[in-house]
Write a protein that binds this ligand. Structure first.
Ligand SMILES: [Zn+2]
Length: 81
């Protein structure tokens, strides 16, 4: 994977780089949890059971991407109901 932060970094920049990675990781985790939850889609508003009818398509809707985030976290995504 390409690292946009490649290069020699020191001091505050190095600390910020680590912090950004932590926050990205936490954000991905939360997006995955939200996507898997029974809440309506945060992108298109459809309830979970109707995610297949999404205007953006599925995959296509952000929820599909977020489900993949959780899959990449080592856990299996639940099939759509
Ligand atoms: Zn959606």
């Amino acid at each position: 994977m390409n690292d946009p932060f490649d290069g020699e970094l020191t001091g505050d920049t190095a600390i910020l780089r680590v912090r950004v990675r932590e926050l990205e990781s936490e954000n991905d985790k939360l997006r995955g949890i939200l996507a898997k939850s029974d809440l309506d889609c945060i992108y298109c508003g459809l309830p979970k059971k109707d995610m297949g009818r999404c205007y953006f398509g599925f995959p296509g809707c952000g929820r599909a991407d977020d489900l993949m985030l959780e899959a990449n976290d080592g856990r299996k995504p639940e099939p759509a109901k």
